[in-house]
Every structure is written in structure tokens, then in C-alpha cells.
Design a protein around this ligand. Structure first.
Ligand code: ADP
Ligand code: MG
Length: 737
């Protein structure tokens, strides 16, 4: 008699329970049952070896092809080399000092082999893998009956579940634990009512859980997955629907437009005509902030599509209403840059308090975490007194208890580092019951499914059109593994750009020097750290090498997250003023940095960046009248998926196309971000790429359910599902802050 929340120890024994806890963070029966197989190996069908990634912990069903034993020259001992195959490609398994395994690893035998995939001399290999041989069905019973067989098969069904495994806890051990638990399990109470299940046409939970682990056939797997996906989609959508409802219900500071105010003044002095998209979204946003309930809107627009102007106009409407607007940026560099470009756009309209300022002028105040005490006090004073109409800062703005005189709206720039929870914190911050309007801006194109989940608490508007006169960006992959000479050509091109009066960025994935953490580095998109790759190139190494080598004579400067913020600012200013030719930087230049005279970008170790990130990065060039050039330098071998990814980035500047590609290549957890994926609660089966239908249907249903019953009091099962999800998210979020 085992229940969902029972600990695993009584069922499996302390040693096994500990192993599950340590390796996979599974503590209860429910958690183990929610640890679904990643896929199924079909008896008789071998796993495709070509699909394996270096660094991955893999479980493959393969056949022993040949076995060779040799003794180690240097030390006493032996190496057993076993080549396994899927019939097309081979994989080398090496066993050290385990020569006896020769007796059971006989060519022709099939089995599951598990371990971390590494590369050795250009070949994929598994060092000291764990394995479990599978007897052919014919022999299986004989073997069991004889009892003396050294290999007892664990697998009775035609479909062998393959679990996300860990070192020392191979897939088949997990399978054994699951079977043991299922043997004594009474089943779970289904959070979906029978009526709802009928409407959706899905199986009940107990059946689905049994079938996902021990399917009799593929049809059972499909039905189970379908049902369990619904759980995931529905709980996420219910949580979001409740959030939306709660957010909508809050009062917000109404900021209706005022004629003859600072916004009108600004519109008159703006040196260009707004694009159609800017006008349309501007009107929607203007209506939103006029309301007495908070705006929760995401504006997505390609890099350079003019989002800042949209945000500024909304902020000016708020200032016209006598309130304040805050703009949050992910980094201090960006905050400073935003403050500068807003000031530039506003001109004398930002000079409130200065001699000769126009009537409607306001003040832009910069507030960042690392300001000196005196400076900070002055800034805080401007904020609390209401003198500052527009406050620009980093997230420290919300984390510290900054008092606003009357905060009407918050603009969050470059949203992809910002989660649902953080947006909640923003809305709650105004202290009182009143929530500010929230406008989020992102340059990352957002596929519909992502909009419905990650940004599900927001209305989404897209700015599709680029202002006229924007220059195209030409991207080229520089494959230095095959064509080492191309690298010289890269530096030659940079010198040409500089000679023509332009500037360039060189982006590296790592800071280097004393910093080993590499704060700005995004893990490679597969999420695999492979021990035998060289470390990514670092700013600290590359900058001097260039300055003393191929770019000698040019003015080279460094920019990275470890610089004190005033130095960052000095460097950015110098670059902006054209006093630096080449800026060697980490991804701190990724977002928002706007130096129209910079026309070229070289991205070193481009394979270490994600698709969206590359797209964002190259958006920094081609912002002026001269065409932009982006060179993606990589030593990735030809024909690898890594190379395909880079070719795809070079081949299109269509952000939506790239977003889709990114979605394909990244695991869902990466996309959702830690705070939302939740190791426990996140999406395990639901795919943002493939399950648009389920997600859309779940959203619709969730909206209806919440509209009729906001607290889900008539649906305790659903309420519980949501509570689990939200609790776990929150717990993780709190741990991170
Ligand atoms: P984003 O933030 O979307 O990347 P920005 O708002 O920074 O883009 O705009 C990029 C550049 O284009 C800025 O220099 C801005 O002044 C300019 N810009 C914005 N809107 C227009 C427009 N309608 N016509 C011409 N230039 C524009
Ligand atoms: Mg911007």
C-alpha cells in the first residue's frame, strides 16, 4: 500500500532510496513515478549512435561487434576494448582491468550500454560503461529456468523504458525501482474529474502512469503521454490564468493622455516619422496605461525596430499624468546606455531643473546598484521626491526598497533574462494595493507556444517592420578548423572597416583571467559540458593578442561584466565617441548597445553561443547607414549539428525562423529558465515545439475554468496541481535570490 507522498526508503530500502535522492533528487513515490522514461528502446531495434552528443549521459541498445584485449604498457593491467554497433556506426567501450567481461561480452550479443559519451582521437567512446545484456526472447526463458545464467534479463516487454539516468544509476536500475513501486502502488486520485477526462478524451492518471513506465505497446505509450501532457499544459495554463486574473483585478494608476504635454512636445521634435508598427502599438499601449487596471504587455520587435521609442512615448504619457516611469535593464552598462539614449531622444525635454528648460521638461535619473553612496543618495532623493520623471536602472531598482513618489509604469527591457516571478515582484512592489503598468520589451522573437507559456501572463504585440534606412547584416561562418587562413582574412577585414572610419566588436564567450566563473557565458545549447574541449576563448587573452598581433596599431579596449561600473561606462562612452576602434567584449554588448558607427562584429567560438544570442549579438552592427558584417568564427568540424546551427544563423536574419530553430535545439528547461522549468514541476513531456495544439486548448480551457471559478474551489484536484507547480517554482525562485 504505497501512496503518492510516501518516502521511497520503506519501499526500496535505504541504499537505493539514497541513490535516487543523490543522483536524481527523487524522494517520494510520486516523484519517482513522475520520472518518466525519456524514450523506449524497442527489442530488436538498435539505438542510432549517430545521434549521440559528446558529454551526454547516454543509454544505447547496441550489439557487440568485436572485442579486443590488450595490456597497458606503462602499468600492469589490461584494457578490454569492446566495439558496439547499431549496425551502421560503432561506439568504442573501454574497460580497464576487467578482462573477465570478455566472457559475457560476446560478439552478436545485444544489450543496453550506459555512460557518458566522450571523444577519444576523433571517435565516440564510452569509458567503463555500465551495461545490461538482453537475452533474445527465445533464450530468455531457458536462461531463467536454468538459473545459472550469468546474465539475467530485466526486460520482459518489447518496449524497454530508457530513463534519464545518472552515473552509477543506470536506466535499468531506475526501471527496477519503478516496477517495485508500481507493485505496491494503489494508484493516485485523479485531479482531472471523470467528466473533464471524457471531454478531453484522455486516460485516467493511474493508468497513464502505469503505461508510461510499463507500456505493452506504442499505443499505450501514446495514450499515456497524451494524458500526462495535459496535466502539464493544464497546470501551467491554470497558474497563468490565475495570475492574469489576479493581475487584471488589481487597481493601477490610470494615466490618460494629456494634450499639450511632454508627449506632444516630444512628438513634435522627434526627427523621424514613426513606423506603422510603432504607431499601432503606441496606440494600444496608450489605451492600456489610461486604464485603471494594470497593463501587462510584451512588445516583441527585431533588434533596431524602434522599441525604445515606443517605450519612451508610453513613459511620457505617464509623466504627463503626473507620475513616474521606471525602466529596468539587465546590466549596468545597458542601464547607463538607456539613460543616455533616452536623454538624447528627449534633448532639452530632459533638462527639468536646469536653466532655460522648457515647461514640460522632466528629469531622467540613473540608479544602479554600484553607484557611490553620495551619488546614490542624490538619485534616491530625486526618485522619492518625484523630481525624476523617468528612472532608469538595473534590477536592483526592484530588489532594494526604492521609494517612488508615484510610480505609474515599469518598462522592462530585454526580457529574456526575466521570469514570471520577477514580473510578479514588479507588480507587487508599489507597496500599496496599486500595481504599476508593466511594459516588457524583447528583441527575441517568440514562437506562439512560448508566448503562451513563458510569457503567458502578458499580452503580446509584435513590431515587425524595421525603420527605413536600416542596413542589412551579412553573416559568414569562418570555419577555422578547415580553413585556418580565413582567420587572417577576418582581421584584415576588421582593419579595412577601421580604415574606412568604422568600428568593430570582437565578442568572446568568457572573461578569463582571475575570473573562472565566466558570468556572461551561456552554456552551449546542448547543455553538455564536455571535459575534453578546450576552455572558451577569453576577453583577457584575446584582447592583448589582437592588440599586439593582427590588430597592432588599432585602438583596442576591453568590456566585460567584471569591470567596475564606472569603468564600463567610460569604455562604452569612449567607444560611442569613436575613441576606440575595436571593442573586445563578452555578451555584455548583447542587448541594447547602440553605436551606429560600429559596422563589424567578430564572434569568437561562435559555437559556444545559442542561436538567439548570436542573433541578438549581431544586431549590434548595421545600426547605421553602412552595411553590417558579422563573422562567426568556430573550430567546429564540418557536418556537425553545431556547424549546421551556425550556418542557419548565417543564412537568415529572420528572427522567427531562428527562434524556431532555437526551440528545436535547446531543451525546454533552457527556454523556460530555471525559475520556470522547475526540476520537479516543469515540462517533462510537453514540448513547446510540437504541442502547440495541447497548449492552446489547455489555455482556452484554463481561461474558462478560472473565469467561472477563480480559486478553483470546485476543482480541488486542479487546484492541487497548480499549487504543486507554483510552490515548487516559488521555492526555486527563492533559493536563487
Ligand atoms: P530596439 O530597441 O528595438 O533595438 P531602438 O529603439 O534602439 O531599437 O531603435 C534603433 C535606432 O532606430 C535608434 O537610433 C532610433 O532612434 C531609431 N529609430 C527608431 N524608430 C525610428 C523610426 N521610426 N525611423 C527612423 N529611425 C528610428
Ligand atoms: Mg533597445
Amino acid at each position: 500500500m504505497t501512496d503518492w507522498t510516501d518516502p521511497l526508503t520503506p519501499v526500496l530500502g535505504g541504499k537505493t532510496a539514497d541513490a535516487l535522492e543523490n543522483a536524481l533528487n527523487l524522494h517520494t513515490v510520486g516523484e519517482l513515478l513522475r520520472h518518466y522514461p525519456r524514450r523506449y528502446a524497442e527489442r530488436g531495434e538498435l539505438t542510432e549512435i549517430a545521434g549521440l552528443e559528446i558529454g551526454e549521459h547516454a543509454t544505447v541498445l547496441a550489439e557487440v561487434q568485436r572485442v579486443a584485449k590488450r595490456s597497458m604498457r606503462s602499468r600492469r593491467g589490461s584494457i578490454l576494448e569492446v566495439r558496439i554497433t547499431d549496425g551502421r556506426r560503432g561506439l568504442n567501450c573501454t574497460f580497464f582491468n576487467q578482462a573477465w567481461r570478455e566472457r559475457e561480452l560476446i560478439p552478436g550479443k545485444k544489450g543496453l550500454f550506459a555512460g557518458k559519451i566522450t571523444a577519444y582521437r576523433g571517435q565516440l567512446q564510452l569509458a567503463n560503461p555500465e551495461y545490461q545484456l538482453i537475452e533474445p526472447e527465445m533464450e530468455q526463458n531457458q536462461g531463467d529456468a536454468a538459473g545459472g545464467s550469468s546474465v539475467v534479463t530485466e526486460f520482459t516487454s518489447a518496449l524497454i523504458p530508457v530513463y534519464p539516468a545518472a552515473q552509477g544509476l543506470p536506466s535499468w536500475s531506475i526501471a527496477r525501482c519503478v516496477r517495485q513501486v508500481l507493485d505496491t502502488w494503489d494508484g493516485a486520485e485523479d485531479p482531472l474529474s471523470g467528466e473533464l477526462r471524457d471531454q478531453l478524451g484522455v486516460a485516467d492518471l493511474t493508468q497513464a502512469l502505469r503505461d508510461i513506465h510499463l507500456p505493452v505497446d506504442w499505443a499505450a505509450v501514446d495514450a499515456a503521454r497524451e494524458r500526462l501532457k495535459w496535466d502539464e499544459a493544464l497546470s501551467v495554463q491554470l497558474a497563468l490564468a490565475q495570475r492574469r486574473q489576479a493581475a487584471d483585478a488589481r487597481p493601477a494608476p490610470a494615466c490618460p493622455p494629456r494634450s499639450g504635454g511632454i508627449l506632444d512636445d516630444f512628438d513634435q521634435r522627434i526627427p523621424f516619422a514613426l513606423t506603422e508598427g510603432q504607431q499601432t502599438i503606441g496606440a494600444v499601449v496608450s489605451r492600456d496605461v489610461s486604464r485603471e487596471h494594470p497593463m501587462n504587455r510584451l512588445v516583441q520587435g527585431e533588434v533596431g525596430s524602434g522599441k525604445t521609442v515606443v517605450a519612451l512615448r508610453a513613459m511620457l504619457q505617464v509623466v504627463d499624468a503626473g507620475r513616474q516611469a521606471a525602466m529596468l535593464a539587465p546590466t549596468e552598462v545597458l542601464a547607463a546606455q538607456h539613460a543616455r539614449s533616452l536623454a538624447e531622444l528627449l534633448g532639452e525635454l530632459a533638462t527639468a531643473g536646469e536653466f532655460g528648460a522648457p515647461d514640460h521638461a522632466t528629469r531622467i535619473t540613473l540608479l544602479t546598484g554600484s553607484m557611490g553612496a553620495a551619488q546614490r543618495r542624490k538619485a534616491m532623493l530625486e526618485v522619492v521626491s518625484g523630481e525624476a520623471g523617468i528612472v532608469v536602472g538595473t534590477h536592483a531598482l526592484i530588489q532594494d526598497k526604492v521609494e517612488f513618489a508615484d510610480l505609474g509604469m515599469v518598462v522592462v527591457d530585454e526580457q529574456h533574462r526575466f521570469g514570471v516571478e520577477q514580473r510578479d515582484a514588479l507588480r507587487a512592489r508599489a507597496g500599496s494595493q496599486i500595481s504599476p503598468h508593466v511594459l516588457v520589451m524583447t528583441a527575441t522573437p517568440i514562437p506562439r507556444t512560448v508566448a503562451m507559456t513563458v510569457y503567458g501572463d502578458l499580452e503580446v504585440s509584435a513590431l515587425r517592420e524595421l525603420p527605413r534606412g536600416r542596413s542589412p547584416i551579412k553573416s559568414t561562418v569562418v570555419p577555422v578548423a578547415e580553413k585556418p587562413a580565413w582567420l587572417d582574412r577576418v582581421w584584415q577585414r576588421i582593419k579595412e572597416e577601421v580604415a574606412a572610419g568604422h568600428q568593430a566588436y570582437v565578442v568572446c564567450p568568457r572573461i578569463g583571467d582571475q575570473s573562472s566563473s565566466g558570468e556572461d557565458v551561456e552554456p552551449p545549447p546542448t547543455g553538455n559540458e564536455s571535459s575534453d574541449r578546450r576552455p572558451p576563448l577569453a576577453v583577457f587573452d584575446v584582447a592583448p593578442e589582437l592588440a599586439e598581433g593582427p590588430l597592432r596599431g588599432l585602438r583596442v579596449a576591453m568590456l566585460h561584466g567584471k569591470l567596475p561600473s564606472d569603468e564600463k561606462d567610460t569604455v562604452m562612452r569612449a567607444f560611442g565617441a569613436g575613441e576606440v576602434d575595436v571593442l573586445v567584449a563578452t555578451t555584455v554588448v548583447e542587448v541594447g548597445v547602440n553605436v551606429p558607427n560600429a559596422t563589424a562584429m567578430v564572434i569568437m567560438d561562435a559555437d559556444r553561443f545559442g542561436v538567439s544570442q548570436l542573433h541578438q549579438l549581431r544586431g549590434r552592427v548595421g545600426r547605421g547607414s553602412a552595411p553590417g558584417l558579422c563573422l562567426l568564427v568556430t573550430d567546429a568540424p564540418a557536418g556537425t549539428t553545431t556547424m549546421q546551427r551556425l550556418d542557419a544563423v548565417a543564412g537568415t536574419t529572420d528572427g522567427f525562423e531562428l527562434a524556431r530553430l532555437d526551440l528545436e535545439l535547446r531543451r525546454e528547461g533552457d527556454i523556460l529558465g530555471a525559475a520556470q522549468s522547475g526540476k520537479r514541476s516543469g515540462l517533462r513531456l510537453l514540448s513547446l515545439l510540437d504541442d502547440e495544439d495541447v497548449i492552446a486548448q489547455a489555455r482556452e480551457r484554463a481561461d474558462k475554468l478560472v473565469a467561472a471559478d477563480p480559486s478553483l474551489s470546485e476543482h480541488p484536484g486542479l487546484a492541487g496541481m497548480v499549487a504543486d507547480l507554483v510552490d515548487e517554482d516559488r521555492a526555486e525562485y527563492l533559493q536563487k535570490t
